[in-house]
Design a protein around this ligand. Structure first.
Ligand code: UD1
Length: 389
């Protein structure tokens, strides 16, 4: 620790959030920047990619995230429109606020859009959660990951396999640092505040007795375009989930994209069952409580693969690949794709007590953000000193 002041002419770290999975990653980073000595000045920029109460406001409160200094209010749109709008609105901020660097997290459209603006204006880019690869370029997030890492000047990783991916893509090793998982920092910091699942159901007007089923209960989330945008894929998925609910009751936090498609395709009847609880997107503390108590999780989320691994809850990932292989190799995750038979088998295995219990990966210890703060402060100060000579 040092009592040194941050140099007055070294601008703030502009921290970008846009969509739901960014918020739980940024909260511990901002706290770590604040408690580092010298504290790193920050400018919190929200692109407005996610904007409604369920997808945005509740998470800010739950995670004790400060209100953004700037909100670009881009809202929804096609990928091109959303990315272009973020770029157009973000560019003038760089001239106005002269950040020392721009820190982006994860793989959403806002991540790439801001990184790309910085590259063209020679502002250093810092990428947290670098190097993850699903090797599936049909996923918009994979394109966002690949390109952001090419542009980034400092890359922080959550698992060691990420460094193999970065090496294959020719990213110099001295830009990379293995720091662990900031998403798990959030989980560990908030676990004690998680809401009891009975309360969450009670508040939604659902009888919490359902959670006391002899089998326990499962948690479901689904939102990937590859699972929910085509009726030919979504209908059989809903059918197998309906069938699963006859064995174990399911609590499902429905993403707005999925809710819209279920209605548009006329599939609501498949979900109309007393053993399927449909909830709107949940706050962070509600979700944490639901996950902690679950017997199993069925999801296509990136973050839930990690959270279930940290909690030791078996997770069936409804995708054929993952960018987070450590959750399969060491954690509780099993890839089952969207084939009903594999999903059935995965559920069978867990219900007969043979689900994975896994172990918590290296550096998923609640201190990843601290490591980022220490490394980044040193890096920025060294660059600043070098620029003075
Ligand atoms: C985005 C991310 C995805 C992440 C997910 C978490 C990209 C490419 N995708 O996908 O990686 O896992 O967030 O949720 O960046 N909508 C609302 N309210 C909102 C936001 C969106 O109703 O606050 C609706 C809109 O109809 C919108 C749709 O949800 O068209 C999808 O939102 P969008 O931000 O485009 O992508 P996500 O599917 O949420």
């Amino acid at each position: 620790m040092t009592d040194k002041q941050w140099p007055a002419d070294l601008g703030p770290v502009a921290c970008i959030v846009g969509a739901r999975p960014n918020f739980m990653k940024m909260a511990p980073i901002l706290r770590a920047f604040g408690s580092h000595r010298p504290a790193l000045p920050t400018l919190l920029v929200h692109t407005g990619q996610h904007y409604d109460r369920d997808m945005n406001d509740r998470l800010f409160v739950d995670l004790r995230l400060p209100q953004p200094d700037i909100n670009l209010e881009v809202g929804s749109g096609t990928h091109a429109v959303q990315t272009a709008e973020v770029m157009r609105r973000f560019e003038p901020l760089l001239d106005e606020h002269r950040p020392s660097c721009v820190l982006v997290v994860g793989d959403v459209n806002s991540t790439l859009a801001c990184a790309l603006v910085c590259a063209k204006k020679h502002v250093p880019v810092v990428h947290v959660e670098a190097g993850l690869r699903s090797h599936d370029r049909a996923m918009p997030e994979e394109i966002n990951r690949l390109l952001t890492d090419q542009i980034a000047d400092r890359l922080y990783t959550t698992e060691r396999s990420a460094h193999d991916n970065l090496a294959r893509e020719g990213i110099p090793v001295d830009r990379q640092s293995f720091v662990g998982n900031v998403m798990i920092d959030s989980l560990l910091a908030n676990r004690q505040f998680a809401h009891a699942p009975e309360q969450t159901l009670g508040r939604a007007g659902v009888d919490p007795m359902l959670l006391r089923d002899a089998q326990g209960y499962g948690v479901v989330t689904l939102h990937r375009p590859s699972n929910v945008d085509q009726v030919e894929t979504l209908a059989p998925l809903l059918a197998v989930l309906r069938e699963t609910s006859e064995r174990i009751p399911l609590v499902w936090a429905l993403h707005p994209r999925t809710r819209g498609n279920v209605e548009r395709f006329g599939l609501s009847h498949l979900l109309a069952s007393p053993r399927i609880v449909l909830l709107p997107p949940q706050g962070y503390l509600e979700m944490l409580g639901l996950l902690s108590g679950a017997r199993l999780v069925l999801s296509d989320s990136g973050g839930l693969q990690e959270e279930t691994t940290a909690l030791g809850v078996p997770c069936l990932t409804l995708r054929s690949n993952t960018e987070r292989p450590i959750t399969v190799d060491q954690g509780t995750n099993t890839l089952v794709g969207n084939d009903p038979q594999s999903i059935r088998q995965g559920v069978d295995q867990i219900l007969r007590g043979a689900g994975k219990s896994g172990r918590v990966p290296e550096f998923w210890d609640g201190r990843a953000a601290e490591r980022i703060a220490a490394d980044l402060a040193q890096w920025l100060l060294a660059r600043h000193t070098a620029s003075q000579h």
